[in-house]
Design a protein around this ligand. Structure first.
Ligand code: ADP
Ligand code: ADP
Length: 228
């Protein structure tokens, strides 16, 4: 699903990503771990098509953003859902409206939006919160809304940027269980960026460790952490 070969990226002549190569299979949960400043978010933004890289290649389902126009990239980005540490919900909108937003932006008709929002809220077990505003929800519930919104356009990949870093351990476990279920039920590849090794141990099939913009180790969680 994601194939990265010798990817390089610099800001102002400082190399931020150095010769990154990795392959993420269709239905894999893949962890990217590393300290703050290691380049994890930059790599996610490259995968997401928000950031251009300097050299190498990055193909998602065979599509390389370097080869295409902005318009094609915009369309292509529907294939990628993303969630964040601080949820990024619209505070003035209800749960329903937050989940509906991407579909409204793409001009879906109201009946399909309505059906899909209800389906997604069932998946994340938040049907009873449909008319609440985010401020009435717990952190875990907000992340569930963000997950429903990220899935609204039927993406092939879900990118999670420190998605459990603001949550307590118990809530973290329930979000990880939800991600695992989504991966298995909908066959969506999930990339988890985190500085929490425990998260990777719990659900990632494979992991790469980023250090100073380069991958220092890759493999199954157990093999990589034995080497550490
Ligand atoms: P991480 O997500 O692992 O904390 P980042 O990808 O955010 O790491 O950052 C990697 C490095 O790139 C850091 O040294 C950061 O200061 C630098 N960096 C990130 N974004 C920019 C930018 N827009 N301009 C210049 N430097 C940047
Ligand atoms: P706007 O922000 O332009 O007022 P909204 O985002 O409020 O539009 O609403 C978009 C559509 O979703 C509207 O047709 C609204 O009636 C519908 N809607 C919002 N909440 C619900 C809900 N809980 N059940 C069914 N439809 C809803």
């Amino acid at each position: 699903m994601i194939e990265i070969r010798n990817l390089q990226k610099s800001y102002n002549n400082t190399a931020i990503l150095k010769n990154i190569s990795l392959v993420i299979q269709d239905s894999e949960i893949y962890g990217l771990v590393g300290r703050s400043g290691a380049g994890k978010s930059t790599l996610l933004r490259c995968i997401n098509g928000l950031e251009k890289y300097d050299s190498g290649s990055l193909k998602i389902d065979g599509f390389d953003i370097k080869q295409h126009s902005e318009k094609k990239i915009r369309h292509f980005r529907k294939n990628i859902g993303m969630i964040f540490q601080h949820f990024s919900l619209m505070e003035r909108k209800t749960v329903y409206q937050n989940v509906a937003l991407p579909m409204q932006c793409w001009g879906y008709d109201q009946d399909s939006i309505d059906k899909r929002v209800r389906e997604l809220l069932k998946v994340v077990e938040l049907e009873e919160k449909i008319n609440d505003k985010p401020r009435m929800l717990s952190g875990g519930q907000k992340q569930r809304v963000a997950i429903a919104r990220a899935l609204s356009l039927n993406p092939k990949i879900l990118l999670c940027d420190e998605a459990t870093s603001a949550l307590d351990p118990k809530t973290t476990q329930s979000i990880l269980a939800l991600l695992k279920m989504i991966n298995e039920t909908f066959n969506i590849a999930i990339v988890i960026v985190t500085h929490q090794m425990s998260v990777v141990r719990k659900i990632c099939h494979k992991v790469s460790i980023l250090e100073g913009g380069a991958i220092s180790a890759s493999g199954t969680a157990s093999s990589v952490f034995l080497e550490q």
